[in-house]
Design a protein around this ligand. Sequence first.
Ligand SMILES: CC(=O)[C@@H](O)[C@H](O)COP(=O)(O)O
Ligand SMILES: NCC(=O)COP(=O)(O)O
Length: 251
Amino acid sequence: MTVLSVNVNKIAVLRNSRGGGEPDVSRAAQACLDAGAHGITVHPRPDARHIRDYDVYALAELTQARAVEFNIEGNPFAPPRAGYPGLIELCRRTRPAQVTLVPDGDDQLTSDHGFDFERDADALRPLIAQLHELDCRVSVFADADREGIERAAELGADRVELYTGPYADAFAQGDIDAALHAFATAARRAQAAGLGVNAGHDLSQANLGAFLHGVPNVLEVSIGHALIGEALYAGLDATVRAYLDVIEKAG
Ligand SMILES: CC(=O)[C@@H](O)[C@H](O)COP(=O)(O)O
Ligand SMILES: NCC(=O)COP(=O)(O)O
């Protein structure tokens, strides 16, 4: 069965918008695990607009205590700066079960493409080896429509994470057949090369089922943006009622 790793970046975004500690990222992660999520994902960025280094340390402790997978995603080439020790150093300090390497720049709103394994081979190979020495499984972010996904295996990667943004766009346009075919083909090619296949980006309750139905043997999906948004809708009714209860009891 495919495992679900919940990306809690968006909880940090909300917290950072006010300063202080609420909403609490670790508490939200605990709630996800209590509900049955198999793991927690974060994608810290050098500008610290989402998850911060201290969140990574706290979540590493939490996931170790709960014996669930911690997946840290990020750009291994982004240099360290104040408050961000760099992806590899964060992994050295926290030893996540899985690291997902993503080639995104600071100026990107969010991740929007995978690696070019031909071009990035020499840079990726030693980083993957370094992460293996830290006992981390290494997954690399990949486009379904780019040639050469198999090359990730030659670089030493254990898995690829298929960038599902284009699938989500196709789903929104009501036209998924070509996209699903491309993703299923990429997954099969990766699996034939010995790679495990993860998937993520813009997956949601609406589009996830068709994806898992159409793409074989997806080991893990990491989902954040839509899941946290949906959680707000699911929780608003009970929360507003709880406030009204407080007001009624006070009056
Ligand atoms: C690699 C990937 O697709 C996710 O890590 C994504 O980038 C998270 O999105 P946000 O950074 O917008 O939370
Ligand atoms: N790797 C994808 C991820 O962690 C979450 O992406 P999204 O659901 O926030 O788009």
